[in-house]
Design a protein around this ligand. Structure first.
Ligand code: SAM
Length: 232
């Protein structure tokens, strides 16, 4: 029932966690975790009425109401201090939205030991948020499902100040060190797209803005290609 993507997200939830799944949609992830004894309890948070109702229905159908609480709430406001949440999952949204949800009510993260984040695009926003807020990257994974490539970024409270290089922010420090086939495919695709954008810019008026955008893309292509073709 669970997609490969959500199964990999679930893999990073520590055993016996009390987990909050923010933007839970059908609550498939908390049902899987609690139903299989992988997490003790869960909160499924949803901001939209339709998915909130689906989540409630799913939890009821699986008979898990005593261990999964579904709440209609925006972002981390679904978490209440008395819940004792130890792990938070935010999956299937853009990186900037995930970062803004984390930033929005970060006092709700007190006591949380692990954030399992799965941005569909622009994971950089999450790494920037982590570095600015005292979270370190504990694990990263990159996976492919139905020709779409997803990154999973797992954060834990940092013991020291975190600084990322530009390449690490874009590509992910652990992912670029591993350089798996899926990683290479993703960044070859991205670089090819950037090259297309540059080519299409050649036929428009070369305003300052266009020239700057081109330079930015050229810089990113160089950075990505250096990592893809690097020695280590
Ligand atoms: N997490 C599931 C997954 O990975 O398959 C569902 C992803 S779905 C594309 C995104 C869900 O997040 C939607 O159901 C949407 O209503 C919800 N959502 C978006 N912004 C939210 C917010 N600020 N707080 C709670 N839920 C949110």
């Amino acid at each position: 029932q669970l997609s490969h993507r959500l199964e990999r997200v679930a893999h990073f939830v520590p055993k016996h966690a009390v987990v909050a799944d923010i933007g839970s949609d059908h609550a498939y992830l908390p049902c899987y975790l609690v139903g299989n004894g992988l997490a003790d309890r869960a909160i499924a948070g949803e901001v939209v009425k339709g998915p909130y109702e689906s989540a409630k229905k799913q939890v009821q159908q699986e008979g898990l109401e005593d261990r999964i609480t579904v709440r209609l709430a925006s972002g981390l406001l679904a978490i209440e201090p008395a819940d004792g949440v130890t792990a938070v999952v935010i999956a299937g949204m853009g990186g900037p939205l995930i970062a803004s949800i984390l930033e929005g009510d970060k006092n709700r993260l007190e006591g949380v030991q692990r954030l399992i984040l799965q941005p569909n695009v622009h994971a950089r926003a999450i790494r920037e948020w982590a570095a600015a807020n005292g979270w370190a990257i504990a694990e990263e994974e990159i996976i492919e499902e139905n020709r779409k490539i997803y990154e999973i970024v797992v954060l834990e409270p940092a013991e020291k100040e975190i600084r990322f290089t530009e390449a690490e922010l874009i590509l992910g420090p652990k992912l670029m060190a591993e350089r798996t086939d899926v990683f290479c495919t993703k960044w070859q695709r991205e670089a090819a797209q950037w090259k297309n954008i540059i080519a299409s810019m050649e036929s428009t008026e070369q305003t300052m803005e266009i020239v700057e955008k081109k330079h930015e893309l050229v810089r990113k292509i160089k950075l990505v290609e250096e990592v893809l073709h690097g020695e280590n």
